[in-house]
Design a protein around this ligand. Structure first.
Ligand code: GLU
Length: 236
């Protein structure tokens, strides 16, 4: 098992991402990484080491929108190029828990469209697929990508074109939204957000969610807008 953390805030979210990964470390992992939107593009830091090592590598990284991951490799050896986030053309970054079963056929279709693959992971197909479908509305691009994915997954996605937004999706793997004051979070487990917020909404299978500083919205498996109850949970 491995972990996902995402955050959108006015403050620098890198410490929240690192703290979230630390709280998920007990699950085991072989590598970890962070991607933040930094104005010019995507700042990406990955390591085949511990979260402590990642923390020292991100000392000079700042951002208000970002995603982070601890990986337990299923497709591709533990290596820096296979660590998450996986990035498409410098514009879309994705973290993923789970397995994409139809990654071979999706990879072939994306290669035919000119997408170059830099990793051996099943996850990289998600990054390129979202990129290929992105017309400026990231939630819509992820929703259409999810329609082509087979397997069990939770994902979090950021796009250079959508600063201030993190989009998540879940199908068979858990994903929650954390609600703070003017800041929102995603995590594979509410425990990752302990100390950050205890106001948690549990997403349902098939949900796609977009979080921003001012709010969040959910589209359910049928494509309709949905509301998910926010509860106060004991996270520590
Ligand atoms: N299947 C993906 C990979 O091998 C995600 C593994 C995970 O859940 O950490 O990179």
């Amino acid at each position: 098992m491995c972990g996902i953390v995402g955050a959108v805030a006015r403050r620098d979210i890198v410490p929240v991402l690192i703290e979230g990964l630390r709280r998920l470390e007990y699950r085991g992992y072989d590598s970890c990484g962070v991607a933040v939107l930094n104005g010019d593009g995507i700042g990406l830091v990955r390591t085949v080491s511990r979260v402590n090592d990642l923390a020292s590598k991100v000392k000079d990284t700042r951002g208000q929108t970002g995603i982070a991951h601890t990986r337990w490799a299923t497709h591709g050896v533990p290596a820096t190029e296979n660590a998450h986030p996986l990035v498409s053309r410098g514009e879309i970054a994705v973290v993923h828990n789970g397995i994409i079963e139809n990654h071979d056929e999706l990879r072939a279709a994306l290669q035919a469209k000119g997408y170059a693959f830099d990793s051996q992971t099943d996850t990289e197909v998600i990054a390129h697929l979202v990129h290929s479908l992105d017309r400026g509305d990231l939630l819509d691009a992820v929703r259409r990508a999810a329609g082509q994915l087979k397997g069990a997954y939770a994902i979090a996605v950021v796009s250079k074109k959508n600063p201030g937004t993190v989009v998540g999706a879940r199908a068979g793997s858990p994903l929650v939204v954390g609600v703070g004051e003017g800041e929102r979070f995603l995590a594979s487990d509410a425990m990752a957000l302990a100390g950050t917020t205890d106001r948690i909404a549990y997403l349902e299978d098939g949900d796609i969610v977009a979080i921003g500083r001012q709010g969040w919205r959910v589209v359910d498996a049928t494509g309709n807008a949905a509301t998910r109850e926010v509860r106060t949970v004991k996270t520590s």
